[in-house]
Structure formats: structure tokens, C-alpha cells
Design a binder for this molecule. Structure first.
Ligand code: SF4
Ligand code: SF4
Length: 584
């Protein structure tokens, strides 16, 4: 018999709006006299998974996309570890912390990564899909013979103490008032706050009020506060958001150094290049957003990421995506337009103590240009100069163009998504609303959206504006790997069809590599000076950028995805001596 689950997203369900329990009226089993969907005590429908035949009528007809009826992979022969009530989200299995190792988790958003982490952190007692919580003995029995068994034996004996860095670091100023020093001193159980602040480059901002920190600074403060806790399991949920590439590489080393015989580290990360660099083993999590999630066995990270891109887990014989994610071994050659959209001569601008210089350059029609550089090096100021919002001190911008801008930090509000995205709904349903998965969000308010949902809405809002040049600042933040790659494709297709151009500032190198035809590279010293160079071809731009980072990259033999070479490895030395830091 097929294993079927029925999940109702209660926050989407609106029994009055759909015409008085449309699903209850339409269900053929109900019509045949059975009680397959009934009105529950909370006034929301309840679906009996045993009676339901999976005919597909209710999920297709519910106008609010509230119902999912899913046939689980037949190979999945286990009960859920946890279920949020009847017709609630179901999580199958758990990631395994391993002492001495950094274990990564990769997967799409909304498939239970946070739930899994809460269970491991002891914040949520799993229930095996029943009404009551399970005992630790049951968990130990469930995982018998695996690393997880050892872990839960320690949990039962009270020997696990967890340090947890949550995803949403933007919330810190809402829950803590005071300076960075005060926050770190409060968290400091190891008496090491000065040393950790130094390692995470926080000394410069140590006396600053947390209210006045940038996203990247907040991220590093949150990481510092986590590791200052005396713990033997550290969990980092998306530790690289808002960090630039230099900081990401540095953080990888910092996190690797935490793992020892007595300490396990778990990391959820969507930047695949960094996940690859930072972790020893990786779990794939797959499933359906808000409906169910399955955790695979851990594999070495190289194999795990390749399987994830493949969409197929060979040993478990499970295909969780109907297509492979492919990477081109060479940048795609596309015909370049002769029409210049925007151009600038040698430009200079002083902004307080910061000075910005740009070498002459131009953006052509249909260009999709990635912008790489450290935080605080003048990327946003340069774009404001391009849009003629700021006058340069010397040099000039030759064309007057309309610019649409998506900022790095997104603001929620009281407005409905459908109101904010009116133009996108009218003109770009197929190009933006459907591929970005925004339809189910239309009747939500902006402040009810998760970070990833708000990001997708902001991208749609920016790209639907009447503009010549689109500038997107960190569109990858809070998006999972698949969403990042989908956004790349949406932008490239839209520019190709509309003849417009776009500039994308981002720190996920794989995303930039996948998306861009050209690169602008920012050189200089954060908060002191910035020099804008380019646009270059991908190869020249990457060579320049990687040279500054002192890293080299190769393509994985199997999946062709970019990987960072180990410093001083044979490949690293060979590539450096041939000045081919990338694309070999
Ligand atoms: Fe109506 Fe959909 Fe809710 Fe059923 S699930 S009551 S069709 S809104
Ligand atoms: Fe009824 Fe199940 Fe069909 Fe929905 S999918 S209409 S619950 S039989």
C-alpha cells in the first residue's frame, strides 16, 4: 500500500473565502457517505489519511493552496520522528552530530531543518507521529547501531550542552539592548570573549550599540555569543548570510577548529562552495515545503553535494527532484549587444572619510553583471552614483537611466503581498510570480513572511518596475540553493527578453558564477577606500578577485561545480603558477 500523508497549512486555509468548506463538499469519498474530510474542532478541515484515496481533487481545487496530499517514496519504510498533529508537517529521521566532525545539512527551505535542530538541542521532544512525546529510550532504540544512538545516549545522560546560532540575526537588536561588549560578556561562559572578538574581527565595533551594527557584524556577534557558551554541540543555522567572501572563508576555518573529540558541530548552509569548504560530512534533506521533510544518511561532503545536485540518492534509491542541477564548464558565450545602457568615465567621490574611485566602464543592453567585493567597500554608493542620485566629485556618468533597486535589508510591513506586487501580477505572472513560488503568499502580509519569502517578494517587486537597469543587493540571502539557481535563471531570461540590464551584488560565488556574464570587482580597504574595476569577462574578473583572496578554484570532476582548492595543495600551486585561478 502506498504511504500517503495529507497536510493542511492552516494559516492558508480560509473556509469562508473558499465558499464554505469547498474541499468538504467536493471530496468524492464524502459524497459516497464516508467521513474523509470533516470540519474539525478548530473550524478547519481534518483529513482522514486512511480513507483518502489521493484523488487530487481537494489540493487542486482549494483556492488558497492549503492542502497537500502526498504519496511518500515507497522506499521510506519508517514512521515520522515528529509530526505537528494530524494533518501537520511530518519530519522523517534526524541529522547526526558526530564528535570531532563538522556535519553539514543541505536542502530546500521549509522542510524541517529548524525542527530537526530543535529536537537535537533538546528544545522539542519528538512524538513519532503520536499524541504524546517519545522517551529517550525510544529514540535510542530507533537509532540503534548508528552514530545517532550514541548521541541520544549522551542526551539521556544529560551530557549534551548545546550552543545554537539561529538563522535570523536581524532579530538581535529587538531582543537585546546594549553594546557588543555587553552582549558578549553576558554570553561568556568560557572567559574568552576578548580572544573570540579578535578572531571574528569584532574589536572595531566592540563598544558599538547592537542597534547600529550591519548585517555582517550582527552575524559575527551572534556566532561569537554562540561559541562563548560552554557547549559540546554547536549548531549554526546559516552562519554566512551577510558575510563577504573573505569573511566566509575565514569563518569556515574558525568553525572547523571548534570540532574536536569532545565537540560536535552542525551547520545548515546554502552557499555550496562554503558548505564544501567547511564541513566533513553532509546530510541531504529533501521533501516538500511545509508538508514533509526526510533526512538522508550522512555522506562525505563532496559526495553529498554531488548527490544533492543530481537529485538522486543512489543507495536509498530515491529521486527527490525530477532534474539534475548542471554547471557549464566554460562561461556561456552569448552574443553581446552594441547598445550601451550606461557608461562612466574615471569617477571619484569622497563620502566622509571614505573615498571611492571607478575606472572607466560601461554596461550594455542585456548585460547581467555580478559585483564582487568586500563589505563596506562602496558597492551601494557606486550604484547610487550610476543612478545619478549622488553627484561624483570628478568624472561623469554619461547616460540618464532609470534604476530599480532591491536593498540588502528588507522591510516587512502591514501591506498585503498582492498589493505590493500589483504590477508583477498584472504583467509578469509567468516570468516572476509563478517561478518564484509567490502565488501562495499573495494574501499574506509582508510582516508575516519568512526571510526567504520576503526576499522572493522583494526580487519580484524590483524586477517588475519600469527601469533600464536593475540593481539587486544580496538577492541570495535566506534563499535555498534551488531558489538561488532559479532566481539566476529568471533574471537572465528577463534581461534577455526585455533588453534591460542588471547588476547583482552577492557573496555566494556559485550563485554569481551561475548568473553572471561579466564581473565588476571592487578593490580597496573597507571603510577607507574602494576602487571599481571592470566590467571584465568572467575569467579575468574571477582571476583578479581570487588573486586578492589568495585562493584558487577548480571544477568538480563529476558535477562541474566550483570548489575551493586547499591552500598549498598541488592544484593550488599549479593554478597559481599558471595564473589560472579559476576555470581550469
Ligand atoms: Fe476551503 Fe481550502 Fe480550507 Fe478546504 S482547505 S476549507 S477548500 S480554504
Ligand atoms: Fe478526498 Fe483525498 Fe480526494 Fe482530497 S484527495 S478529495 S481528501 S479523496
Amino acid at each position: 500500500m502506498k504511504k500517503r500523508i495529507a497536510v493542511l497549512k492552516k494559516e492558508y486555509c480560509n473556509p469562508v473565502g473558499c465558499g464554505d468548506y469547498l474541499c468538504v463538499k467536493l471530496c468524492p469519498m464524502n459524497r459516497a457517505g464516508k467521513e474523509c474530510i470533516v470540519k474539525g474542532e478548530d473550524s478547519k478541515p481534518q483529513i482522514n489519511e486512511i480513507i483518502c484515496t489521493g484523488c487530487g481533487i481537494c489540493p487542486n481545487r482549494c483556492p488558497f493552496h492549503a492542502i497537500s496530499i502526498i504519496n511518500l517514496p515507497s522506499e521510506l519504510n519508517q514512521e515520522p520522528i515528529h509530526r505537528f498533529g494530524p494533518n501537520g508537517f511530518a519530519l522523517y529521521s534526524l541529522p547526526t552530530p558526530i564528535f570531532g566532525k563538522v556535519v553539514g545539512i543541505v536542502g530546500v527551505n521549509g522542510i524541517g531543518k529548524s525542527t530537526a535542530i530543535k529536537i537535537l538541542a533538546g528544545e522539542l521532544k519528538p512524538n513519532f507521529g503520536r499524541d504524546e512525546s517519545a522517551s529517550y529510550d525510544e529514540l535510542i532504540e530507533f537509532f540503534k547501531g548508528t552514530e545517532a544512538q550514541k548521541f541520544f545516549e549522551k542526551v539521556k545522560a544529560g551530557e549534551i550542552k548545546v550552543g545554537y546560532k539561529p538563522q535570523a540575526v536581524d532579530q538581535i537588536p529587538k531582543i537585546f539592548e546594549g553594546t557588543v561588549k555587553e552582549l558578549l560578556q553576558k554570553a561568556d561562559e568560557k572567559n574568552m570573549f576578548e580572544e573570540i572578538a579578535k578572531k571574528l574581527d569584532l574589536v572595531r565595533v566592540i563598544d558599538r550599540d547592537v542597534k547600529h551594527l550591519s548585517g555582517g557584524e550582527l552575524q559575527r556577534v551572534a556566532i561569537a555569543a554562540t561559541v562563548l557558551k560552554k557547549a559540546n554541540l554547536y549548531i549554526f543555522d546559516e552562519p554566512t548570510s551577510y558575510l563577504d567572501i573573505k569573511q566566509r572563508i575565514k569563518l569556515s576555518k574558525f568553525i572547523q577548529e571548534l570540532a574536536d573529540e569532545e565537540t560536535a558541530v552542525l551547520v545548515i548552509e546554502h552557499d555550496l562552495i562554503i558548505l564544501d569548504h567547511m564541513t566533513d560530512l553532509t546530510h541531504i534533506m529533501y521533501g516538500l515545503e511545509g508538508v514533509y521533510g526526510i533526512v538522508s544518511m550522512p555522506r562525505t561532503t563532496r559526495v553529498g553535494i554531488n548527490m544533492y545536485l543530481d537529485g538522486y540518492i543512489k543507495e536509498e534509491n530515491i529521486r527527490f527532484r525530477d532534474h539534475r542541477i548542471k554547471f557549464d564548464t566554460q562561461p556561456i558565450e552569448r552574443e553581446e549587444s552594441d547598445i550601451v545602457m550606461s557608461s562612466w568615465s574615471s569617477v571619484e567621490k569622497k563620502l566622509g572619510n571614505f573615498s571611492l574611485k571607478a575606472e572607466p566602464g560601461e554596461v550594455k543592453k542585456r548585460d547581467v553583471i555580478g559585483i564582487l567585493g568586500e563589505n563596506g567597500i562602496g558597492k551601494t554608493s557606486f550604484v547610487r552614483i550610476l543612478s545619478k542620485e549622488i553627484e561624483p566629485d570628478s568624472g561623469e556618468i554619461n547616460e540618464k537611466i532609470k534604476i530599480a533597486y532591491k536593498p540588502q535589508h528588507l522591510k516587512g510591513g502591514d501591506e498585503l503581498v498582492s498589493v505590493v506586487l500589483q504590477t508583477a501580477i498584472q504583467k509578469f505572472e509567468n516570468q516572476l510570480i509563478i517561478p518564484l513560488g509567490i502565488k501562495p503568499l499573495l494574501f499574506k502580509k509582508l510582516n508575516q513572511l519568512s526571510g526567504g519569502e520576503l526576499q522572493r517578494v522583494s526580487i519580484a517587486q524590483c524586477l517588475s518596475q519600469d527601469a533600464d537597469l536593475f540593481l539587486l543587493d544580496e538577492p541570495s540571502a535566506y534563499l535555498d540553493v534551488e531558489q538561488r539557481l532559479r532566481v539566476s535563471k529568471i533574471m537572465a531570461d528577463l534581461m534577455e527578453v526585455s533588453g534591460k540590464s542588471c547588476l547583482v551584488v552577492d557573496h555566494d560565488l556559485l550563485f554569481i558564477d551561475y548568473l553572471s556574464k561579466k564581473l565588476i570587482v571592487f578593490d580597496g580597504e573597507p571603510a577607507i577606500s574602494g576602487v571599481v574595476k571592470g566590467p571584465f569577462s568572467m575569467e579575468d574578473g574571477m582571476n583578479l578577485f581570487l588573486n586578492d583572496l589568495n585562493i584558487t578554484m577548480r571544477r568538480d570532476e563529476e558535477s562541474s561545480r566550483p570548489r575551493v582548492n586547499k591552500l598549498d595543495s598541488r592544484k593550488d600551486r599549479e593554478q597559481k603558477s599558471g595564473n589560472k585561478l579559476y576555470y581550469v
